[in-house]
Design a protein around this ligand. Structure first.
Ligand code: FES
Length: 49
């Protein structure tokens, strides 16, 4: 299982589950303060995942 290091936190992440695991650890996915996003559907291009 890969280990993720993000925003000062370290945790394991099953393959294919990065987005929900990052959210579970309260990691901000977005590169800006963008309030409007597609919630991970891959259409708005605002997130870093
Ligand atoms: S939240 Fe829209 S592409 Fe990631």
């Amino acid at each position: 299982m890969p280990t993720i290091i993000a925003q000062g936190k370290v945790f394991d992440c099953p393959i294919g589950a990065m987005r929900p695991v990052l959210l579970q650890h309260e990691i901000d996915l977005h590169n800006s303060d963008n309030v409007i996003n597609c919630r991970g559907r891959g259409t708005c291009e605002t997130c870093a995942v």
